[in-house]
Design a protein. Sequence first.
Length: 367
Amino acid sequence: MQDEPEVPGSESTFPSLLDGAVGAPEAVTEDLESCRRIAADPSRSIEERLEAYEDLIASEVGDTRLSRARNLERETGLRQLLLKFEGGNPTGTQKDRIAFAQVHDAMRRGFEAVAVATCGNYGAAVGFAAGLAGMRCVIHIPEAYRTRRLDEMIATGSEIVRVPGDYEAAVETSKQAAEKHELYDANPGGANTLMQLVAYGGIANEIYDELRDAPAAVAVSVSNGTTLAGIHRGFATLYRRGKTSRIPRIIAGSSHGKNPIVHSYLKGYDECRDLDPSTVKETEVNEPLINWHSFDGDWALDAIRSSGGFADNASDRQMLKQARILKDREGLSVLPASTAGLVVMLEHHAKNPMPGDRYVAVLTGRR
């Protein structure tokens, strides 16, 4: 196994702020460039750096598009169907929400570097967020995985460590490296879980801001389950505060037979149970969804059940087909794996028509 890299500082390359949905550089305003320079400048006070970084977060992260899918409504008979497109975040997925939140926390607590394990999207998000803060980022990647986002991670100045084994092994190695080298641990399933849930709760808040109430259901693709659990937590908080009239049903979709959350729901288990690792096979389509252990699986399973929601499987063929439909009918270029929740919701509606109401599917950009 390759040794973890030493972390003492060297200058990293600051990434440009990008619109991750289309991969085209945006014109960065002079004000944002100033914030970026201040946030990454170690000669500045921590108060100045944090304020500048908070301005970057407020300007660049979240507040993503919610649009009505009228053409898809006509084809499926489901009204009203709205698409929450997380591709508008800097690196094109919802992972930016937790990446920036944790890098901000690392800055506040005096860390100089952050560690994370990834198979692609999360590493790109953390590397980008860390680069803007002038922090080192050590990314552990399973050696058998081939992610298209590796060049992006390297461009942010991140250090890449290949780890024997699967994603779960990479997470464990990353956690150990964080403890050994006193790095900030941004991995799932640890002490930062609540922070991650709160960050993903921002998706619920944004949906509420647009609709002024909760939808009947929210469909989410699941891997570790953190996004789904965070959205449910956000809506539960809004309901307790009297902002909404209900908590939406949470609908989960994932790769066929390769996700512990969906498997545990279908089997009727009280807790999220691990899968046999030998049965979990990666494809180019399902890679963002599969695992034999879901780090926040219990949170997600509880969210599905307590909301009266449901979960089911989606095949690679179904996800690819749905991504093409969204491109053709609604003009959205999405990551096929992010359609699993939508596939499950529409399949359920075809067999058991759901009443006229508002339904939301959370999607991410194609990367």
